[in-house]
Structures are given as structure tokens and as C-alpha cells.
Design a binder for this molecule. Sequence first.
Ligand code: NAG
Ligand code: NAG
Ligand code: NAG
Ligand code: NAG
Length: 426
Amino acid sequence: MKIQTLLLLLCPAALLARHSFGEQQFSLIDGYRPWIEKYASSYDPNVDNDAWKTMKEIANENGFAHEEYKVTTSDGYILTLYRIPGFLNETKPYAKKPVVLLQHGLEADSMQWVINSPDKASAFNLVSEGFDVWLGNNRGCQYSVAHTTLDPVKNKTLFWDFDFEDMGTKDVPAEIDFILESTGQEKLSYVGHSEGTTQMFIGLSMLPEYYAEKMNLFVALAPVASLNHTMSTALKIMAANVDQVEHYLIDTLGMYNVFPPNYYTQWETAELCSTMASFCSEFLTLIADLDPSVDNLNRTMTYLTHFPSGAGYRNLVHYAQLINSDKFLRYDFGTAINQQKYGQSTPPEYPLEKINVPVGMFVGLEDELGDPEDCRWLHNKISKTVTYYKEYPFLGHMTFAIGKDMSFFQVDAINLIKQYATNSFE
Ligand SMILES: *[C@@H]1O[C@H](CO)[C@@H](O)[C@H](O)[C@H]1NC(C)=O
Ligand SMILES: *[C@@H]1O[C@H](CO)[C@@H](O)[C@H](O)[C@H]1NC(C)=O
Ligand SMILES: *[C@@H]1O[C@H](CO)[C@@H](O)[C@H](O)[C@H]1NC(C)=O
Ligand SMILES: *[C@@H]1O[C@H](CO)[C@@H](O)[C@H](O)[C@H]1NC(C)=O
């Protein structure tokens, strides 16, 4: 199929956007072109038929139950929490099952766990193996843009003033407390991907007692802590100019939410991407792995309609800061505010040595973001708590969600979770 035909099928809105922004400027097509060139060849609408569908629709059509909850964090963010507790034909209330919480990566949301083909989607694999599966949505992704008192548009400055440290110290605890209360369980297992691991390495460092009491295992897929060796071009471009980029995003564009789902209709995106074209195209192709042949390309359209999901700008700035240092540091607010917040002029390191929950590290040798060198550094740093560590030759960054061969999860991760699950299967 011709790329142009595919584009027409995929996103008429992009063509519209291009017209209204003019030829000089960015459009969705520019952002996705490299990605589409890599992925488009095997697109088949008969196979790839879950585009645009909600999690409930995808779950139900495959025989799974689906529930939705709202959880409020200690600082007022209202998060959407999904649950796939079992099959539709199971009698309620559901039997007490071991609980797993899945936490997505940057610019993704909980859909990442169900968009692979149903036999390969991690959320469904876990349910079929007898787990009660909960799916978190971090503040700032499209399902969690709400707050008890702040409006995300009218009070932008305050609403978007967070990063993945808040997700690890506030979002996940709010979700865990709610889940344990609802299920009557004492502990759960946590599976994070990418930023979902960054936030948990931080949470475990800063709230070690809290997590040791409530979590039996942390499965880290494509772990990201220190970014000393990352090959992610988008983040490197940003890192090279981090102060200017932050100033440009915020003071010039007022773009606090970077690439929300409707990003291609926003003038801010057009501006950003005409000024920093390489950043945009690299960023939007984050989903493309070094070697896309390891991914399940049958679901391209489904992936495209669920990515990107939006992210608070400070997550990106913080990652860029990490590239510029060779340590795993807290957010750098500048000397004056650092002094106020941390009692020192530079940001302190996260105390990774405090982690006291078993950690399984699943590392992809084709991963350009969670680079294997950085994972080895992290492994070395927290070796006493690492109960599983494996480097997989055919896994890229997104393969962890959209892989063709998901046996690393279906076999290795699920066996590990079963080993650490604190309550028995009934
Ligand atoms: C319930 O549904 C699942 C998936 O559709 C199926 O595998 C299973 O056999 C069903 N169980 C019963 C008791 O009908
Ligand atoms: C949020 O925005 C509204 C509308 O502009 C304003 O009335 C309110 O004071 C703002 N809240 C805060 C905490 O700044
Ligand atoms: C970061 O990378 C540089 C260059 O490869 C190396 O010299 C340095 O030791 C690394 N630092 C850490 C903490 O891994
Ligand atoms: C993609 O779809 C084709 C046709 O249904 C199927 O034969 C193939 O196994 C699928 N590939 C994957 C990775 O699921």
C-alpha cells in the first residue's frame, strides 16, 4: 500500500491541520512519516480492527470484564483507574485473586497494556492466568487531566507543575491504597514500563517503608533511571538546549501539556515543530524501535490512535536534565528554588540504596531509551534487591508493549509474579 493512501486512511485530521497551518509548518504527517515508513507495510484493516476503541470495548469484545474508578491524590489530582478483574462470564463478586497494577510510560496511558493483539496484550495475559488486573493512568495523560480545585487550562501554571517524582510519591500510593481497600488484599505486584519504572524507582527510594508494606514485587520493563548512555535522539536534542527549550515551551508557547491526543490541531504544536522539527519528529517516533521487525506490526492503526496521550512538560525537562548529568537526580529548579526545596543549591540524588522491595529488571538490547549500559549501572546500584535481571536481544523500547514475541512477559514476568504473589489463586 502507498504511504499516501495509508495516511488518508489514518488521519484526515492531519491533512486538515496541514492546510490550516500552511506548507511551511509542521503537520502530523511530518511527525509520523519516519514511523509510518517503518510500520506501514503490513497494515491490514481486517486484522488491525481495534483502532479508536476504548479499553472497555476491547476488553468486552474479547470476553473480559472492565471497571472504571476515580482516585484522588493527596495533592488533588483526579486519576482514572481501570480494572480488568476477570472474564465477563465469571460470577461476581470476583474471587479473591492476586492483584497486579500496571503503570504505563511517557506519552502513553493505560491503553498500552491492551493494544497488542488480544493473545499478546499483557493485561489480558495476566487475567487469563488468574490475576485481578488494575491499570493506572498518571496525572497528565489523557485520562487523568483533572483536579479538585485547579483547572488544567485556566490554572495551567499550577496544574502542570509536576513530574514523575510526584507520580511515584503521590499517584501510585493513591492508586495502591484504593486497590488494596477495594480488594481486601494486603499487597500487590507492580509492573511498570519506562516512565512507569522511573516513577517507581523514585517512589521506592523516597517512601521505602510505605512500599515495603504494600508491594510484594516490582517488575521493571525497559527500566529508566540514570540516562547517561541513552540513545534517544529526541531527549538528547532537548537535553542539549534544556533551558531554552523549557523557556520556549512555557514562556513563548504556553505549552504545558506536550503532545496531547489532539496535538495536531493545536497551533502550539505547529509552532514548536516548525522551530524544532527534528525534536518533534524524533519525539513522535519514540514508539518506533531500533529494529521495528521485533514489533507486532499487525496493530499499527490501533497503536497510532492511542499515542501520544499527553505529558506535563516537566517530565521531559527532568529527563533532559538526567541526560546532562550522569546521576539519578531530583528535578533541578535552579539555585534559588533548589535551596528552598532541598536545602542545597543543586538537586540531590535519589537514595536508590533505600529500595527494599524485590525488583525484576527486564532489559531490551534494542532499547534506545532505557539503554542497557544504564540498566547495568542501575542493577549494580540496587543489586541487593534485584531478584531477576535479564537482557533480551530482541526487545526495543516499545516492544515491551507491542512486541511480536511477548514470551518475556507471558512466561518470564508472569512466572516471577506468581512466585512473589502473596495470596493464593482460588
Ligand atoms: C468464560 O469466558 C472465557 C473467555 O471467553 C472462556 O475461556 C471460558 O471457558 C468461559 N467460562 C465459562 C465457565 O463459560
Ligand atoms: C484558577 O483559575 C480561575 C479562573 O481564572 C481563578 O478564578 C482561580 O483563582 C484560579 N485558582 C488558583 C488557585 O489560582
Ligand atoms: C557516564 O558515561 C561516561 C562516558 O561513557 C562515563 O565516563 C561515566 O563513568 C558514566 N557515568 C556513570 C555514572 O555511569
Ligand atoms: C498478523 O496477522 C496475520 C494474519 O492474521 C497472522 O497470520 C500473523 O500471525 C499475525 N502476526 C502476529 C505477530 O500476530
